[in-house]
Each structure stands twice: as C-alpha cells, then as structure tokens.
Write a protein that binds this ligand. Structure first.
Ligand code: BES
Ligand code: MN
Ligand code: ZN
Length: 510
C-alpha cells in the first residue's frame, strides 16, 4: 500500500514526482473562474500569482473529480503539478468540507498511479482534515491486481502511487499524528476488505475466508473461534447449514472477539458472508450472478472493523460474527419448500433459496444475542430491492430502536458514507406467514428490503438494541471509479462501523 508521511518541507525544494494542489469553483464574484485553494501559495507565487489564470486557460473549472496536470514552475524540484477539483468554494471563513477533501485526495491519488512519490498540498485546516486527506490517498490509490501480470502487459494498469507526503499538517502535533495513524489503520483494513470482496469465489470459499480471519486475529491479539460443519451441526445452526448444503465448500461461522480492559460497552457486529450467491435451486438468471462474489461484503466489513478497532486499541468490546456459506444448487442443496430449524429454535419455510442472506444472518444474530451485547449491528448485501430504493451509492439503515438508527446514521455521516434511514412497517410481517413453519423466508415483493429487515428482527434477542445495514447498492461499484471509491469492492460500511465502535468507547451509543 501507499506509504504515508506528514511533512513540513517547503514545496519548491520537495523531491517528488508531483505536487498535488486544490482548485475550487469560483464564487459569485467571479463565476466560472477557478480559485486556487489554500496550501498552493508557493506554487501560485512561482507562477507570479497567475496560477488561477493558468488553470483557467487549461480548461480547469474546479469541479469535483476534475484533474488538471501542468508543468511545475521553474525552480521546483518536482516536475509536475496536479490540480484536483474540490467543487464549490466554501463560504468565507468556512473550511473545505472534510469529505470533499477526502474525495479529492482519492481522485488525485488514483490519477497518480504509476508515480513513485507525490506531495499533497491540499487545504488542511485541522487534524480531521489531515486524517481525511490521508484516508482519501490510501483509499483512492487502491488497485486490485492479484490476478494480473502487470509486467507483461501495459493494459493491465499501473502500480499504485508509491509514496505520499502530506503537507500543511503539523507532524509533531499529537492530534495530527493520531488522525493520520487512525486513517492508516482504517484504510489498510478497509483495503483488505476490498481485496476479499474482489477475490474470485473459486479462491475465496468459506474455509479460506475463515483461515484469513484466523491469521489476522492472531496477528492483532483478537480471540477467534471457527465453527465448521461438524460444530454447526452439533450446535443446531440450521440456517447457515441450510444455505451451505448445496456447496462442495462447507459453511463456517467465525467469531472474532476484541476486548479492552477499559471497555464499558459491548458492540456486536454481524456480517453476511455468502462467498458466492448463485441463488441456489432458485437459480439467478444470467446477468444477475456475475458480480455475486460481492455477497460477502458485509462479513468483509465486519472483519475489517473488528481488526481496525483492535489496531486502534479502542476502549470497547467488539465481537464480530462472520456468517460464511456458498449458495449453490446441487443434489444436496436446500429446496424451495424445505423447512429449516434455526439456531434460535424457530422454523423457517424456505420459499426461495435466493433469499439466503437472511437465513445465515438469523443464526448469527441469535448467536450474537446470547452474549447480551449493548447493541448489535448487522451488515449485508441483502436485497436488490434496497438497491432499487436507494441507488448504488447509499445503504439503508433499519433498526428496532429509533435513537440507535439515528446514531448509526450520524456515524455514517461523520465518516462520509451515504446512508438513509428506512422503516420496518409492521403490516409487511404477515406476508411472511407460513402454512407449515413459524415464518417463511419471503414475503411481499413490494418493499422487499423492509421485509428482509422484518425477518431479521425476529432473530434478535429480546430487549437487544439492533440495527441492520442493507449495503446491496454501494458494496460493489460496477461503474467507473469516483472520489476514493474504486471499481469493484468498495469496503462500504467499514468506516461507519469503526466510528460506531469509537462512539461506543466514548459511551455515546444512544
Ligand atoms: N445477494 C442478493 C441481493 C443482491 C442483489 C446483492 C444485487 C447485491 C446486488 C440476495 O441474496 C438476493 O438474492 N435477494 C433476493 C431476495 C428475494 C429472493 C426475496 C432479491 O433481492 O431479489
Ligand atoms: Mn440471494
Ligand atoms: Zn445473497
């Protein structure tokens, strides 16, 4: 991954391949003209104060996502200046929006692929801004090339930016140092979640995922327990076993426990980990299964968040539950019409084997509930319906507690992850009434994301605060990269979960 340093070096003498500066859209007084953002003063001076004009001549507007490259002025050690668009210039006295900085840093880092070292001279006003730029750089520079031989074919893409020096911060200031350290830990684990999501399903089955979780847990002093098929059968985990029954690769339930001696709260995180979702006997049609390696994004996010919490040494106990299975059709697969006896003891009539996520989550939610945590948050690529409702960049938040749903939404907003509260309308519950079992795994088609949420709610222990994040939309980016988000696995929800753990550590869980 890209190496990060905080630097106080003067820009002209900096030994780097490029200097990144910010450019914003002009305000009312000079509409249309780009404005050079703070941090770029030395560059502007070397251009005799004409940098804004030079950028305008080159067609720059300061719009978000825009990248303008220009040769560095005479006397600079670095040969190249990269001006990245920040969007609208903030009101007088207001600083640049933290997530706008994070996104711009991501855009610039991606544009600098193939470059060894760049210096970032963006408008950093405080430690939070420095952390955001650091996060943006590390997340934006991400590439997944484990299956490509870059040396043989230039088409296979360039190496990510090697090194980034962040200017404008205060390397000796505790808050700045802490912000950059936090950003590094979170971004590294988030990028690891992306790697897991992008890894093809023939290489990442439940067993392989569990082994990776075990190794990481060992490295970071996290207690880990893996239930294999034998243990799941003994324990009566009918949901996880039922979903995994058709696959040649058996299911697993992984429990990761990070504990702090100073913890006052216990947060449980539950992730949907379907390493491939073919739909099972209710097979998905072609066109709907090519990206279904991403169906373990919830488990990847939970895994990353627990490891990040451990690396940050947060004063909170965090338990992660990864419900891992591969959903495949075969002679041993669960059929539509089968009834599963779940870990909670409830019976579920499986009407559609493609509604498998709620089955594995039900068992993991019940297992998590047995420890009576202060709150449970589950994360899942659960329904196409949530994607239809909120689009491909926003995840839905459902909960059995209004204040907690708001707390989760606030956490998402604080870290720049688009999310929106969704209801759990009681009237949709009866659509899941089953003639044969306690509940069916499918209900009304309309409001399918909310129906899934209502199903999950039944498997949360009595009196436990719970929220459900349906990340089906933003988990996997099928379009082009934007901001600090690459194509493919995005790592959505990781930063919201880490923020929630931080809130819990501060006793502020709602
Ligand atoms: N993994 C899918 C949901 C999904 C769809 C995630 C698209 C990411 C992108 C989930 O298991 C599923 O198949 N859900 C069904 C439920 C239905 C059968 C009740 C769906 O949404 O169609
Ligand atoms: Mn499915
Ligand atoms: Zn699925």
């Amino acid at each position: 991954m890209t190496a990060l340093t905080l630097s106080t070096a003067a820009v002209p003498g900096l030994r780097a391949d490029a200097i990144v500066i910010g450019v914003a859209k002009g305000s009312a007084s000079k509409p249309g003209a780009p404005v050079v953002a703070p941090g770029a003063e030395a560059v502007d001076e070397a251009y005799d104060g004409r940098l804004a004009g030079v950028l305008e001549t080159l067609g720059a507007s300061g719009g978000e996502g825009e990248v303008t490259k220009l040769p560095a002025p005479a006397g600079f050690k670095a040969p190249l200046v990269v001006a990245v668009g920040l969007g609208a210039q903030p009101e007088k006295d207001a600083g640049y929006d933290t997530d706008a900085l994070r996104r711009a840093a991501g855009v610039a880092a991606r544009a600098l692929a193939g470059t060894k070292k760049a210096a970032f001279a963006l408008p950093v006003a405080d430690a939070a801004d420095a952390g955001a730029v650091a996060e943006g750089v590390l997340l934006g520079a991400y590439t997944f090339d484990a299956y490509k031989d870059r040396g043989k074919d230039a088409k296979n893409g360039k190496a990510p930016l090697g090194e980034a020096a962040l200017l404008g911060g205060k390397p000796r200031d505790k808050a700045f140092k802490a912000a950059v350290e936090r950003a590094t830990a979170v971004a590294e684990e988030l990028n690891r979640a992306r790697d897991l999501i992008n890894t093809p399903p023939n290489d990442l089955n439940p067993e392989a995922f569990a082994a990776i979780a075990q190794a990481a847990a060992k490295e970071h002093g996290i207690k880990v327990q893996v239930l294999d098929e034998k243990a799941l059968t003994k324990g009566g985990y009918g949901g996880i076993l039922g979903v995994g029954a058709g696959s040649a690769s058996g299911p697993r339930l992984v429990k990761l426990s990070y504990t702090s001696s100073k913890a006052k709260k216990h947060l449980a995180l539950v992730g949907k980990g379907i390493t491939y979702d073919s739909g099972g006997i209710s097979l998905k049609p072609a066109g709907h299964n090519e990206t279904m390696k991403c169906d373990m994004s919830g488990a990847a996010a939970v895994f990353a968040a627990v490891v990040a919490a451990a690396r940050l040494g947060l004063d909170v106990n965090v338990t992660g539950w990864l419900a891992l299975a591969e959903n495949m059709p075969s002679g041993s697969a669960t059929r539509p019409g089968d009834v599963l006896r779940m870990y909670s003891g409830k019976t579920v009539e499986v009407l559609n084997t493609d509604a498998e996520g709620r089955l594995v989550l039900a068992d993991a939610l019940w297992a998590a509930s047995q420890e009576k945590p202060d709150a449970i948050v589950d994360v899942a690529t659960l329904t196409g319906a949530m994607m239809l409702a909120l689009g491909s960049r926003t995840f839905g938040i459902m909960a059995n507690d209004d204040a907690f749903r708001t707390a989760v939404h606030e956490a998402a907003e604080e870290v720049g992850e688009p999310a929106w509260p969704m209801p759990l309308p009681e009237h949709l519950r009866k659509g899941m009434d089953s003639a044969t079992a306690d509940i069916a795994n499918m209900g009304e088609r309309m409001g399918g994301g909310l129906v899934a949420g209502l199903f999950l709610r039944e498997f949360v222990g009595e009196g436990i605060t719970w929220a459900h994040l349906d990340i089906a939309g933003p988990a996997f980016n099928e379009g082009g990269p934007f901001g600090y988000t690459p194509k493919g696995g995005t790592g959505t929800a990781v930063r919201t979960l880490v923020r929630l753990a931080e809130r819990a550590a501060a006793g502020d869980l709602a």
